[in-house]
Ligand binder design. Structure first.
Ligand code: MG
Length: 490
């Protein structure tokens, strides 16, 4: 592990909700909840004002509505968030070739690899400058964690929230981690947390005291071993450049949670086969096998294993996923399973699991949300309350006005849909740089009302594109490969 705090973790503050508040002046300072509004919808992001009522991401939407009945409930606008995300990721890439996005609003950056930081002072300076740049370019705030490992950098950014920076001095990690609850460690969800608590283990220090053998006995070999290392603040995982995080994946959501371990195993095998079929159809192979498990309580785990060489062999993928499943606690039930293969060469798919998720009809939770990709259609199409497809086809036969989406009225100008029903649609007319606007109601088939693109949050400088069109995507980042990015060091 390095001895300087040059791994940076950036996490935008309440990203989707903050973007909506910046976009809609009437929602600033108010409780805003963004997520799936369908029957199984979950909260993707809650604004800090909504969090004060106890609403948090991954919570069932029905529960959020009970806690904060007067909050604004909005459907995510992934296209809009993705544009902001690209601006943020662009800023990160000016710091280092090693940028590892975890979601639209979260990424690790290896500052040392970029030559922009080499000690505590330069790291802190780079982090503060980044925060200022993000604010200037996007109008939004992000929190920065700096540490000598990915795990600690992420813990630091969490401590920094909202709108702050925390640097963890190398050497102080164990003292800092010790009193923290076990849930602080990556991979400890509510189920594992409960399991440990029943064994009398509630803090990170108590994990370290219990010893490795006890952890393995409680949680199985892979999980117990990994968790013990994390409790000692040992985390050697390198920051992996985006290019190497490309993947092919499939996933399924189950109507009824799966409890039977045997059945779960069979489902994982089936997904492994399906994933390999997709891989082969695309003429690809990959080195890293990923298993994703969302449990009954919406906590989501991913486990991965990197092979010595790339594979598209179903037997190898099946075996690897079965091994990964062994390290996952499925007590309480499983509502979603996914299998992915990443580490692909020359492959342009944007992200793991995203396309499958579009078909689940749920908004993603924040842990770990991933940008939807659009180059291929979703594999199944029960996308009833999924948000992206509607955005791709803005003119359904029967006009559906989605809460939170932008519109333009021939007479009143730019606004957003506040609600609709019974043949009426309510629109609030305001823009990011206007004062809070007025509400007007129209018939849903009013020909003067049309869907509109989101307006930029920060006015564009003269000389920049004024069409409101997103910039043409640039060439792929020219990350040097090999430079310490081999993730096979497990
Ligand atoms: Mg965030």
């Amino acid at each position: 592990m390095r001895t300087v705090p040059t791994i940076l973790h950036l996490d935008m503050d309440a990203f989707y909700a903050s973007a909506e508040q910046a976009s809609k002046p009437s929602l600033r300072g108010k409780a805003v909840v963004v997520g799936g509004l369908g029957p199984r919808g979950v909260v993707a992001t809650a604004s800090y004002e909504a969090r004060a009522f106890g609403v948090h991401s991954a919570m069932p939407m029905a529960q959020a509505r009970r806690l904060a009945p007067n909050a604004a409930y909005l459907v995510p606008r992934f296209g809009f968030y993705r544009e902001i995300s690209e601006q943020v990721m662009g800023l990160l890439r000016t710091l280092s070739p090693l940028v590892e996005p975890l979601s639209l609003d979260e990424a690790f950056v290896d500052l040392e690899a970029g030559g922009v930081a080499w000690d505590e002072e330069s790291a802190r300076l780079t982090g503060e400058r980044l925060r200022a740049d993000i604010r200037a370019v996007t109008g939004l705030t992000g929190s920065v964690g700096l540490a000598a490992s990915k795990m600690l950098a992420k813990i630091a950014s969490e401590e920094a929230k909202p709108d702050g920076l925390v640097l963890i001095r190398p050497g102080t990690e164990r003292a800092l981690l010790g009193p923290m609850p076990v849930r602080t460690l990556p991979g400890v969800g509510p189920a594992t947390g409960d399991h440990l608590r029943r064994a009398g283990i509630t803090t990170v220090d108590e994990i370290a005291e219990a010893g490795e053998d006890e952890l393995v006995r409680l949680l199985g070999k892979a999980h117990g071993h990994g968790l013990y290392a994390m409790a000692l603040a040992h985390d050697e995982r390198p920051v992996v450049a985006e290019r190497e995080a490309k993947s092919v994946s499939v996933e399924d959501t189950y109507d009824v949670d799966l409890h039977d371990r045997l059945r779960i195993g069979l489902e994982v095998q089936r997904l492994a086969d399906r994933c390999v079929r997709r891989l082969r159809e695309a003429g690809l192979s990959g080195r890293t096998i990923v298993l994703k498990v969302r449990r009954y309580d919406f906590s989501t785990l991913t486990r991965s294993d990197t092979l010595r060489g790339p594979t598209d062999d179903p037997a190898v993928v099946r075996e690897a996923t079965a091994r990964l499943l062994e390290s996952v606690d499925t007590t309480g039930g499983v509502r979603l399973l996914g299998v992915g293969v990443s580490g692909l060469a020359d492959y342009t798919q944007e992200d793991l699991f995203a396309q499958a998720r579009l078909a689940t009809g749920e908004a993603p939770g924040e842990e770990p949300p991933q940008p939807p990709q659009t180059s291929q259609p979703p594999q199944t199409s029960q996308a009833e309350s999924a948000d992206e497809p509607a955005e791709e086809e803005p003119a359904p036969a029967e006009r559906i006005w989605r809460a939170g989406h932008d519109v333009r009225h021939a007479e009143y100008g730019h606004g957003w849909v506040q609600g609709s029903g019974l043949g009426r649609v309510t629109v609030r007319f305001e823009t990011p740089d206007s004062p809070p606007g007025r509400v007007r109601t129209f018939r849903t088939d009013d020909p003067r009302l049309v869907p509109a693109d989101p307006l930029p949050l920060v006015p564009r400088e003269p000389g920049e594109s004024e069409t409101g069109e997103p910039e043409a995507p640039g060439p792929p980042p020219t990350a040097p490969t090999g430079a310490g990015t081999d993730d096979g060091s497990r």
